[in-house]
Write a protein that binds this ligand. Structure first.
Ligand SMILES: Cc1ncc(COP(=O)(O)O)c(C=O)c1O
Length: 436
């Protein structure tokens, strides 16, 4: 490991006086007004005008008929998963999940919140490998998965770091197999995608769609999430489940299991103040991405890619991938890593440690779900078919595993929309010096 402050490669670079964040909340003042409004009118609850207004505004922005405010993106994903399970397999006993004994095809390189609800509902996640063009679920691997497990009827997919995946292909495959799609648009609010020639927003591309207002997202309420749908029946069901599944009786009467997942009117106040700034945040994130792309252009790295013809990402996080031949030695165990410097080369471990030493926050790429200890016994499908047990002591070559490769060579760069040009130039300079 390296003492960066005394490493001659970094001579002349000063640490940032205050930490530069990966992606932190950006408040504008209007948030306070709507939080105050909730308090002054005494709507300090899970009902109130702020909730109504943000549900209306997000539905309008995204272009869907119904938006249901919930306590988190995870809550939205859980209820979306439960709803899909009930639609496909019927209503289970109260102590059973809707997906008991059922398999679900899931994005592999994502936050575990995307796919944990499959386990909450007693289902089995099967992880689908990632493509290199957008770093999302690979339609070719999905086709293979349907060949191997044709009875599967549900797909959960995320748009990584705000970059829309190959939805046209994926929707076609889903339709061919009569499968439903849960779209996790937690990271991609405001991203656009050209579906069959028409520009639409992410959050409208699945049968059940979810967004998040978690503190690091493109706009935030500190926490919060939403379920988005065209179906009045589904919206009403999610609303009911999120408020403890109360039946139409004078007392608390329950025929279904319920949850306390509704959005708070205080949090909705923060979100209400943020919504007018969504497009401005996207512009700022895009400028950050473009500056990294330019500033890192002559290094042996590439940026997280997107389909320039058919998508407009929200550029939530800027990421980079180190070319294979410019990777310095870097090994990761379950909880620790070791890396070495090498002339002209670097590694995610070194770069993240270097920028951290100068007080800037980056992050490894999401560790793929099929590599997570908790899901190691779960199936994993690549374009070649079964992605498990691929190496052979007697034959060279290790099989394709795009997610593992992105995790090994990639990293998320400081992408805070309050980062100044000068601050970003310093981050770029630190990265450049890592390759000296
Ligand atoms: C891809 C993805 N899915 C789901 C979530 C969960 O959202 P929340 O934190 O609002 O529960 C997040 C972020 O936190 C996410 O990045």
């Amino acid at each position: 490991m390296v003492d960066f402050k005394n490493d001659l490669r970094f001579k002349g670079i000063e640490p940032f006086p205050t930490r530069l964040w990966l992606s932190s909340p950006t408040m504008h003042g209007d948030e306070q007004r709507w939080v105050d409004d909730a308090i002054l009118t005494n709507w300090v609850s899970t009902v109130g005008r702020n909730i109504d207004e943000v549900e209306k505004a997000i539905a309008e922005y995204v272009g869907c008929r119904y938006a249901v405010g919930l306590s988190s993106g995870t809550a939205a994903l859980h209820l979306a998963t439960k709803l899909a399970g009930e639609k496909l397999y019927g209503m289970p006993k109260p102590n059973e999940g809707t997906l008991q004994g059922k398999q679900v095809f899931c994005s592999d390189v994502t936050f575990d919140a995307s796919i944990n609800p499959v386990a909450y509902e007693d289902g089995e996640a099967i992880f689908i490998d990632t493509e290199r063009d957008t770093w999302n679920m690979d339609p070719e691997a999905l086709k293979k998965a349907f060949e191997l497990y044709p009875d599967t009827k549900l797909i959960v997919l995320a748009h990584l770091y705000g970059t829309p995946g190959k939805m046209e292909e994926i929707k076609k495959i889903a339709d061919e197999h009569g499968a439903l799609i849960i779209e996790d648009a937690a990271e991609s609010l405001g991203s656009k995608y050209k579906l069959n020639g028409q520009w639409v927003e992410t959050g409208t591309l699945g049968d059940y769609n979810c967004i998040s207002f978690n503190g690091n997202k493109i706009i935030t309420g500190s926490s919060g999430g939403m379920f988005l749908t065209e179906s009045q029946e589904d919206a009403e069901k999610v609303r009911k489940w999120s408020t403890q599944s109360r039946e139409a009786a004078p007392w608390y009467q329950h025929e279904e299991i319920g949850y306390n997942y509704r959005m708070s009117n205080i949090i909705a106040g923060v979100i209400r103040g943020q919504i007018p700034y969504l497009d401005e945040h996207i512009e700022q994130k895009k400028a950050i991405y473009e500056r990294y792309k330019k500033g890192l252009a002559d290094l042996p790295v590439t940026m997280n890619p997107y389909d320039e013809k058919n998508s407009i990402p929200n550029f939530w996080l800027s990421c980079m991938l180190i070319n294979e031949d410019a990777m310095a030695p870097h090994v990761r165990g379950e909880q620790e890593e070791l890396w070495q410097t090498a002339p002209g080369k670097s590694s995610p471990g070194e770069i993240l440690a270097a920028i951290a030493a100068f007080k800037a926050e980056g992050r490894p790429i999401w560790k793929p779900m099929h590599m997570q200890p908790i899901y190691r016994t779960h199936k994993f499908v690549t374009v070649e078919g079964n992605g498990r047990g691929k190496s052979n002591a007697y034959i060279a070559g290790t099989g394709i595993d795009v997610g593992a490769d992105l995790f090994r060579r990639g990293l998320c760069l400081p992408s805070d929309n309050k980062m100044t040009r000068e601050q970003q130039d310093r981050v770029i300079e630190i990265i450049r010096r890592c390759f000296e």
